[in-house]
Design a binder for this molecule. Structure first.
Ligand code: SF4
Ligand code: SF4
Length: 332
């Protein structure tokens, strides 16, 4: 029988040991239904999730709710929205109680005196031109000034088909302002013309992301195995999709047979009562979903399948490390 120690040399065993005790239990929270942008292709607005529930305005209720979440075993709060920075008191309620990650479009600066070590992920949708088409403005121009050199901030770069062959200038700009970057791929939820993926583009993008990781190892937080999984949508010959997705809200998960999944994962709406189907849009077609976190988690929950060859297990470790870095469980 293959075992972890039979497949790994001492240095990889040490890396394995470092992550295997983390026991990450995440859930996702819509901090607000409002946003100061309206990006074309935003899963939140395109699926009307901003209308799914009335936002809870009472801060005390948020605090009580977060305490309950902590009691449920959550040890990573992933804050999304809408735009969480519109309600920093709610963000602070999480940050004071739980390891917290905050997604933002970067237009409002998160004050570091109030949130000294909170991991911040700034959404970026490509070049200035693409951002203007999809988001109505070049957000990088402002967010890069606000966060330059910040040790706990990275760009979550959503790559679109139009970006294939052109991602290096974006990485360079990020490297120049002393920040990190992680890749994910656009799922074209609003069917914007020219922004849906063709197989040939995904193939080219996989190679391009590998090259970027080699050329900018201190800036790009990623792994080649992740690139392979997200561009092919396959792991160990199995296709990603509803039957495999690990990021489905536990209370809504009636799949048979039950797949490996994130334990106790819930995505909460901002009324603190309603839950959404999964980590992304409830109306998205799972067969074309390119959500990066769901693909990463898919690898992570399938550890046993990777205890097969040294390369498989090392791939698994690298994806787990990447996740742990992105949510500040281990340093960059
Ligand atoms: S900034 Fe984020 S939440 Fe706001 S519209 Fe754009 S993608 Fe949606
Ligand atoms: S849309 Fe994506 S994240 Fe949501 S259930 Fe489907 S595959 Fe999973």
């Amino acid at each position: 029988m293959k075992t972890v120690s039979s497949l790994l040399d001492p240095s990889w065993q040490e890396r394995y040991r470092r992550i295997s005790n983390l026991n990450i239990r995440s859930s996702i929270y819509d901090v607000t239904n409002q946003c100061n942008l309206r990006c074309r292709g935003c899963f939140f607005f395109s699926s009307n999730e901003h209308r799914a529930a009335r936002e809870e305005m009472d801060l005390q209720k948020w605090e009580t709710f977060i305490d309950r979440e902590k009691g449920r075993g959550v040890n990573l709060a992933i804050l999304i929205g809408g735009e969480p920075t519109l309600y920093l008191d709610r963000v602070e309620a999480f940050y004071k109680r739980l390891p917290t990650y905050c997604a933002t479009n970067g237009l409002i600066k998160i004050p570091r005196d109030r949130f000294p070590e909170m991991m911040v992920g700034i959404s970026l949708w490509g070049s200035a031109e693409d951002e203007k088409v999809l988001r109505g403005r070049d957000t990088f121009a402002l967010s890069s000034k606000q966060y330059a050199g910040d040790p706990y901030t990275y760009y979550l770069y959503t790559i679109t088909p139009r970006q294939v062959g052109k991602i290096e200038p974006v990485i360079k700009r990020i490297a120049e302002v002393g920040l990190k970057v992680h890749f994910q791929l656009l799922s074209n939820d609003e069917h914007v013309d020219g922004f849906s993926w063709e197989a040939v583009e995904l193939d080219a993008l996989g190679r391009e992301m590998d090259e970027m990781l080699e050329r900018y190892p201190r800036t790009v937080i990623s792994s080649k195995y992740y690139h392979q999984i997200i561009t092919t949508g396959k792991m160990m010959g199995r296709p990603f999709g509803w039957n495999e997705c690990p990021s489905v809200t536990e209370s809504l998960d009636d799949r048979e047979p039950p797949p490996r999944r994130l334990i106790h994962f819930i995505r909460w709406a901002s009324d603190l009562k309603t839950v959404h189907r999964c980590c992304t849009s409830a109306t998205r077609d799972c067969s074309t979903c390119k959500d990066g976190a769901a693909h990463m988690s898919w690898v992570m929950v399938n550890k046993r399948e990777h205890i097969r060859t040294t390369e498989d297990l090392q791939n698994w470790i690298e994806v787990y490390e990447m996740f742990a870095k992105l949510y500040r469980f281990i340093p960059w």
